[in-house]
Ligand binder design. Structure first.
Ligand SMILES: O=C1C[C@@](O)(C(=O)O)C[C@@H](O)[C@@H]1O
Length: 148
């Protein structure tokens, strides 16, 4: 059986993780988070490609490219795009692969709603870096149960 391929998109400002607003997002750097995600992906036997971008259009193009290449699932933290990411939302509605939205903080508690969440299978928010690992596990479980 071929290995499942996942794409993780880290939206606007996530490259500064570890330095940006540590009182909200902690001190784990983007590179350290990537290592945690890759390790969990290895344990689960899936591959994950990670893209950080501050440009919504770049996220859209990367998602279509992955969908055309038959990636199995998309994990994404829209981050700064959550407020006005209509193009990203349209893209999520157009692809075949399922998408899970991730937030490190509980955005509801912070008084935000996410534009893109309406196009996701589900959303995991509020668990810091664990939000990514939980989303990864949820995606793999979903894809594996759909495959049987
Ligand atoms: O950049 C981010 C990060 C975030 O998506 C989170 O992971 O909690 C929450 C957003 O409100 C914010 O713009």
């Amino acid at each position: 059986m071929r290995q499942m391929k996942l794409l993780l998109i880290q939206g606007a400002n996530m490259e500064y993780l570890g330095k940006r607003q540590p009182e909200l997002y902690g001190t784990t750097t983007a590179r350290q988070l990537d290592a945690l995600i890759r390790r969990r992906a290895r344990e689960l036997g899936v591959s994950v490609e990670i893209l950080y971008t501050n440009i919504e259009g770049e996220a859209v193009s990367a998602i279509y490219k992955a969908d055309r290449a038959r990636f199995d699932g998309l994990l994404f933290n829209p981050a700064g795009f959550l407020h006005a990411g209509y193009a990203l939302r349209d893209c999520l509605r157009s692809i075949a692969m399922p998408a899970i939205e991730i937030h490190m903080t509980n955005i509801e508690k912070r008084g935000f709603g996410s534009i893109t969440a309406a196009a996701a299978v589900g959303m995991i928010a509020g668990f810091g870096t664990d939000s990514y690992l939980l989303a990864l596990e949820a995606m793999v479980a979903r894809l594996r149960s759909a495959a049987v």
